[in-house]
Structure formats: C-alpha cells, structure tokens
Ligand binder design. Structure first.
Ligand SMILES: [Zn+2]
Length: 329
C-alpha cells in the first residue's frame, strides 16, 4: 500500500479500485482559460462532474487526469470538481507535454526534476492540490534530432525531460505515465533512458500503446517491467478498430501480461484540443461498457480484467513509492 494524491487529498493505493489510466477533464493548451471563446470554466466543471458521475455508475472508481500545465491544466476547475463529490478519485499530473515549453530550454535534468518536485510537494499553481503522477510525451518531435546545436533539438529536449521525470519520480515517489507515438515504438528508447537513470520500470506506463499493432513491441515493454497503456479507446473509432484494440488486450493477457496492462480512453468531456473537440460526457463509458464485456466474452477471465482495471495502475504507484523509501513524499 502507498499514498496516492488526488484532487480531494490523499488516499491509499488500495482505494484506487477500477482505474482509467489516461484521461483528461479538459485538454487543450496553456492559457486557453484566458480565451472565453475557447474555454468556459462553468461548462468544463459541469461536463466533468456529469462525466465522472456517469463513469461512477458504470463502475469506475478512479481516473488519472494526465494534463500537465502546458496541455491546459486548470486547478480552479479541479477544486470545483473536487467539491462536487462524484465518488470518483481524480489523480492529476505534473510534467510536460510534447512541445517542451521554452522555460525548460537549457535546464539540466536536475533542474527539471526540481521543477516537477516543487509541484509534487507544494501543490499546483498556488493551490493545495498535489499531483499524484508525472506525465511526459514523446511524439513526432522525437524525430527532430538534427540542428546547429545538438543540445537544443526537439529530441534533446524530450530526452532531458525524461531524465528529469525519472529523477523526480525517484525522489518524490510518484509514477510516470508517458504519451508515446506507438507507431514509432518510442517506448523502447524511453525505457532505455529510464533504465539508465536507475528507475524501477514498474513505476512507468508506456501509453497510447494500442495505437500500435505490433504485439512483439508491446510484449517487449511488459517484459522489461513497465505497464502497457492500452489507453485509447472510444466510440468515434470504427467497430473493426475497436475490435482490434480489444483483441490486443486479450493477446497480452493470454501472453501472461494482464498485470501490466492498463485501460483507458484518452477521453475528455470538455476537450479543447484541436478541431476534433470532444464534448460527450459519455467519454469514459466505452472501456467498462464495450471493452470489458468483449474481453470476458472472448476468453479473458474476471481475474485478467481485475488485473487490467484494478491492479496494474495500483502497482505503478506502489513501485514508485517504494523507490522513495516506502511512501510518496
Ligand atoms: Zn492524453
């Protein structure tokens, strides 16, 4: 057992229950709250409370909100959602998204770790809300490794943030969840860096992995100890694509890796990210209402499903806390 910080305060890891591993109450960009034609806090709060209540009714106990500052994190919204008592634990994040903000340029990994640890220990943006997890994001920018100054390429910036995240995770006792471009199999070089930093890879989730169809790649992540985040799943996809994503979860369970598979949607009831803004408050229902019944109907055991929904994410929190001496601090 270990302590997990939520937007309503600390809980024990045993209270996480059925957890959606990668979601967003809102998502967009830093500063969007200053643009009333992009973001309205009342609407966001209402949508978030409604979506959390729908998720609770479908059996969801916890969500991980993986929205760092530069992806549009909104602490005052968190405080209002927390006051509503939806019955769902919400864990929020520190960290950095894929377009590393310029205030990180030139920082060494220890400086970046201190930046994350400041939020982990003191709370986010002047509130008492403490993040329970570190989010980082490796996407297309990782391909940009050439430039006049090799230390300032997009890849170099991503590598430094990963090292900073690893050091903050070890010192602060919180896990890391990673947005990755799965088709480029970026989980592999990312885990190489974490390993080089001496991080216990059981505290890591390599997310968006069900955007890949390469089962060997996914098994390789699990074989190194990390969690495989099958965390993109929603009804805007075709039935064929949903079936493929369900099959991937089943294949990993049947390969013996259910304890290292976690499920989610990357969904938001008030998404402000790009033109495809999602607004449905049913965004967190497809896993409990489509994927889990599919798995049980196609040969997964209830224990496999419990591993994927209840135990895999809990284990990342407990492994992280153990690195920091037994408790998140
Ligand atoms: Zn996301």
């Amino acid at each position: 057992m270990s302590t997990v910080q939520t937007i309503r305060g600390p809980i024990d890891s045993s209270q996480l229950g059925r957890t959606l591993s990668h979601e967003h109450l809102t998502t967009g960009a830093i500063g969007m709250e200053r643009l009333p034609w992009v973001y309205n806090e009342d609407d966001c709060v209402n949508a978030g409370i409604d979506a959390l209540r729908r998720a609770r009714a479908a059996g969801v106990d916890s969500i991980l909100d993986l929205t760092p500052l530069d992806l549009g994190r909104q602490p005052s919204m968190f405080q209002r959602v927390a006051a509503a008592d939806t019955g769902v634990n919400v864990v929020c994040a520190t960290g950095v998204y894929r377009w590393v903000p310029s205030y990180f340029f030139g920082m060494d990994p220890d400086d970046i770790a201190d930046h994350f640890l400041r939020e982990i220990r003191d709370g986010i943006e002047g509130t008492p809300i403490r993040p329970g997890i570190i989010k980082i994001a490796w996407d297309l920018e990782y391909r940009l490794a050439d430039g006049p100054n090799p230390a300032s390429t997009p890849r170099a910036n991503l590598e430094r943030t990963a090292r900073g995240a690893a050091r903050a995770a070890k010192a602060g006792g919180v896990p890391i969840s990673c947005h990755t471009l799965a088709t480029d199999e970026l989980g592999t070089p990312l885990l190489d860096i974490f390993e080089d930093e001496g991080l216990d890879l059981r505290a890591v989730t390599i997310g968006h992995s069900n955007d890949s169809s390469n089962l060997d790649y996914l098994k390789g992540i699990a074989a190194r100890g990390a969690n495989v985040g099958l965390d993109r799943f929603g009804t805007r996809r075709t039935q064929e694509e949903l079936d493929r994503r369900c099959q991937l979860a089943l294949d990993l369970a049947q390969a013996g890796y259910a304890e290292q598979v976690c499920l989610g949607h990357d969904g938001s009831p008030y998404g402000r990210f790009g033109a495809g803004r999602t607004t449905t408050t049913d965004c967190w229902l497809p896993v409990p209402q489509i994927e889990v019944p599919w798995l049980l109907a196609h040969g997964a055991s209830q224990d496999d499903v419990d591993a994927m929904q209840r135990r895999s994410i809990r284990a990342t929190f407990e492994a992280a806390a153990a690195m920091a001496g037994g408790a998140a601090k």
